[in-house]
Design a protein around this ligand. Structure first.
Ligand SMILES: Cc1cc2nc3c(=O)[nH]c(=O)nc-3n(C[C@H](O)[C@H](O)[C@H](O)COP(=O)(O)OP(=O)(O)OC[C@H]3O[C@@H](n4cnc5c(N)ncnc54)[C@H](O)[C@@H]3O)c2cc1C
Length: 474
């Protein structure tokens, strides 16, 4: 039986002598390995460390053997099987980058991306649960938590307690930093009032990262991140019934004088905005991996069928009209894969990755929706039924239009890259109708500048490195 696969993979790789090990020689794994002699060739983006390869094989086995048989039932019941969550913890997949000192697997960021991709091949709902927990919740505490906070929260998050990342509200979605949840200081505590909407994992979660404004007069500079536990009094108000990723819980949370100890502020008062921007930049690579895995899962289910199913005396996949489509989908998958791995490696190397992460997320989302839609068509009537699970991949692919940054906005990145003037033209075309008065146009321009300039500057971060762009937000 697979036990703690992430931990085993990371340990095995760590025993390889550093001077000769795969970990050491893999593609620019860290800035220090970038010292290559003139004639040395760089490995491809398909080169993985021994640890990463072991992790991929093990997660694939876990996803196929343990998650696979439960996928349909979980989707129909709109509920994650508790054994799947406990299985993820047992396999060491809920603290992939967490240090061994904190009971994590101490693996690379790419390892987390690989795990997310492999889980999504079988069930995107399970993948999103693992993604939010690792790349958002764990990362916030690892990057911005004090030593005491890391010692307290990271082991629990690696071993047994599921986390949620609570930013969006009913009135602040794409414009996330217009959030209305307020926090006021009372003695040694913060008192939170407000509500959050669309919070992934929140039905099962025990640890919640909550973004609230401690000083609305400072606008986004009042946004602060708090860590809270369910038993402090977080109310789960409503569980959404969704089109896709139905086994992944998405709830509305209410905070009614929620009392949080003062030491539970993560990263300092007023730093929540900057933290969220940085974390969501990384989070996009996780979403790209989810979409990549999802597209591969749909492809893997539908293509074999096209070689089994015969019409007009031959397998339907051998008709040229079908073969062209399948080949195009394979190319789409490869481009999404390369963009995703490239963004992950750039992040690991400490290089600017914001633009590449946005491109990876955008492209992988488009590919996921296209390939999963085509997969239904390739399987004919069977693809339209719920029995094969092919239609589920397409339903699940629709989530991406709602995840943290609208693909439309990321699309603008490409347009801005080619023709800066086109961007403004498109934005105002979308926000204003032809009949808008001069006053309303001015108001819209002002609102756009005030509320979006810094966000867009980060989203698009053209030319500048990530750290510099974010530093300007202070
Ligand atoms: C299943 C699910 C899970 C989620 N999980 C989480 C979570 O764990 N934590 C969390 O904090 N949030 C979560 N979210 C919230 C998610 O981040 C938001 O749904 C997303 O930011 C979009 O916000 P919205 O739904 O309010 O859409 P809106 O912001 O109302 O957007 C509606 C439409 O308007 C378009 N639009 C918006 N702004 C512009 C613009 N400037 N120009 C042109 N068009 C624009 C959008 O593209 C979209 O098509 C989740 C959402 C879903 C559906």
């Amino acid at each position: 039986m697979l036990r703690n696969i992430a931990l085993q993979a990371s340990k095995a790789a760590r025993f390889v002598p550093r001077s000769t090990g795969v970990l050491h020689s893999a593609r620019a794994f860290s800035a220090s390995t970038a010292v290559l002699n003139e004639h040395a060739s760089l490995p491809s983006l398909h080169t993985f460390t021994e640890e990463e390869q072991m992790l991929r094989d093990a997660v694939r086995k876990f996803a196929t053997d343990v998650v696979g048989p439960k996928v349909r039932e979980m989707d129909e019941n709109e509920m994650m099987d508790p054994s799947v969550i406990s299985g993820l913890f047992e396999q060491g997949l809920m603290g992939i980058e967490t240090s061994a000192d904190h009971n994590g697997a101490e693996s690379s960021f790419t390892s987390a991306i690989i795990a997310i991709e492999e889980l999504a091949r079988i069930d995107p709902s399970v993948s999103v649960l693992c993604d939010v927990h690792n790349t958002l919740v764990n990362t916030v505490i690892r990057k911005y938590g004090t030593k005491e906070q890391q010692d307290k929260w990271l082991p629990q998050l690696a071993e047994s307690k599921l986390g949620s990342f609570c930013l969006s509200e009913s009135a602040s979605g794409s414009d996330a930093f217009a959030l209305q949840t307020r926090a006021r200081k009372e003695g040694d505590s913060w008192i939170l009032n407000g509500s959050k909407m669309w919070i992934t994992n929140s039905w099962e979660a025990e640890v919640f990262l909550i973004f609230a404004n401690v000083d609305p007069s400072k606008g986004y500079k009042g946004i602060t991140c708090f860590v809270a536990t369910k038993d402090m009094g977080i109310q789960i108000a409503k569980k959404e019934q969704k089109l896709g990723i139905r086994a992944s819980s998405t709830c509305t949370l209410n905070f009614d004088d929620l009392k949080i100890p003062a030491e539970n502020v993560i990263g300092g008062e007023g730093k929540g905005y900057k933290m969220a921007i940085e974390i969501l930049n990384e989070g996009r690579i996780g979403i790209a991996a989810q979409m990549l895995g999802l597209a591969q899962g749909a492809f893997d289910k539908a293509v074999p069928y096209t070689y089994q199913r015969e019409q007009f005396g031959q397998p339907i996949g051998t008709f040229q009209g079908m073969a062209f489509q399948i080949a195009q989908a394979a190319i789409d998958l490869e481009t999404a894969r390369l963009l995703t791995y490239n963004a992950a490696r750039l992040k690991e190397e400490g290089k600017a990755f914001t633009r590449e992460a946005a491109m990876a997320k955008y492209h992988a989302s488009v590919v996921a929706q296209r390939v999963s839609g085509q997969a239904i068509e390739w399987a004919g009537g069977v693809g339209f039924t719920r029995e094969t699970g092919i239609e589920k991949f397409w339903r699940d692919s629709k989530i991406v239009s709602r995840h943290f940054a609208v693909p439309y906005c990321v699309g603008l990145l490409m347009i801005e890259y080619r023709a800066p003037s086109t961007k403004a033209h498109l934005i105002f075309n979308c926000r204003l109708s032809r009949s808008s008065s001069r006053r309303s146009i001015l108001k819209a321009i002002l609102r756009f500048i005030v509320t979006h300039f810094i966000v867009l500057k980060n989203e698009f971060a053209l030319g500048g490195d990530n750290a510099k762009t974010n530093a300007s937000l202070d």
